[in-house]
Design a protein around this ligand. Sequence first.
Ligand code: KG4
Ligand code: ZN
Length: 333
Amino acid sequence: MADLILGIETSCDETAAAVVERATRVRSSVVASQIDRHARYGGVVPEIASRAHVELLTPVVAQALVESGVADRDIEAVAVTAGPGLVGSLLVGVSAAKAFALVWGVPFVAVNHLEGHLYAAFLEEPDLELPLVVLLVSGGHTLLVHMEDHGRYRILGSTIDDAAGEAFDKVARFLGLGYPGGPVIDRIAADGDPHAIAFPRAMLDHDYDFSFSGLKTAVVNHVRKHPDAATADVAASFQEAVVDVLVTKARRAARDVGAKGLCLGGGVAANSSLRSRLVDACDEDGIRPFVPSRSMCTDNAAMIAAAGWWRLQSEGPSPLDTGATPNLRLPVA
Ligand code: KG4
Ligand code: ZN
C-alpha cells in the first residue's frame, strides 16, 4: 500500500507541494503564492501563472521533501491536480508529477482539485463521520456537495453565475481594495455595520443553487447612489448578504439529507464571519461543524495528496496519458 504520497498543486496561482502519510498526517506542506505577481492586474493572468509555476515548482517540491524528512526513494506515489483550473498551469504540475513518478518508479495519481478541497477537512479530523455536507466556496466554485461515502459525491447545488470568491474579488476591485478581495473585505468588514445596507439575498428560498451577480450589481448601484457611504459598512453588509445565503442553504441541505456533519472548504472558507456563523448554525441544529484551519481552506498540495491516497485505494493509479482538463467535473455517484 502506498502510504507516503507527494502531492503537487498548480491549478491556479499557488505553486504547492506536500508530503502526506495515509491521507491524515501532513509531513510537510509548502505553498508559494504568486499573488504579488498578479495583484497589479487585479486578477490572475494565466500566462504569468504558467511561467511562475515552471520557475517555482522544482524548488517547492525540493523544500517539501526536505521539510518532510522523507527521502525521495521512500515516496510511494505522486498525486497531482489534473483539473479544473488554468490549462497552462495544470500542465506544469501534471508533467512534473509524471516525471517524478516515472523516475522513482511509483504510481501516478490524477486528482480533481475540488475533491482535494473536500478532503482538506479529513487531514485535520480523520475521524469525521460520513455522510457529510460540504460547502465548497472558492474563487472559481460554489458548490454544496453531499459526500455520501469516500469517492461518492452528489452535487446538491452550485452557483448559476459568479462564484462566492469571485463576488468578493469583484466587489473589492470596485471598492478599490485590491486583489484578492476576500481577505481585505473580511478585514475591513470587522469595522463596519453588517446591517447598514440591506443588500439582496438572491434565491434564498429556492433550492440549493446560488446567484451572486445581482448582489455585486446592487453594491455597485448603492455606492454610485451614495458615494459617501462608509466602505466598512458596504463591505460588512455585502459580506453579511453572502454569508447569510451560504449558511442558510448549507444548513438546510445538511438537515434535508440527514448529514452527520457540515464542513467548509475552499478559499472563502477562510472568511471569519462565515466560519463563526456556520459553527453557530450547526450548534443550533445539533450537527457537527467542521471548519478546517485557514491554511487548509486555501489551495494547498496536502489536500491533493490526501485525495490522491483515497483515489489510489479505490481506483488504483491513473494512466500516464492522463492530461490536464481545465473544466474537469467532480466525479459524482
Ligand atoms: O480556493 P482558493 O484558494 O482558490 C481557488 O481555487 O479559487 O480560493 C481563492 C478565493 C479568492 O476569491 C479569495 O478572494 C477568497 O478565496 N478568499 C476569501 C477569504 N480568503 C480568501 N473570501 C472571503 N473571505 C476571506 N477571508
Ligand atoms: Zn481551490
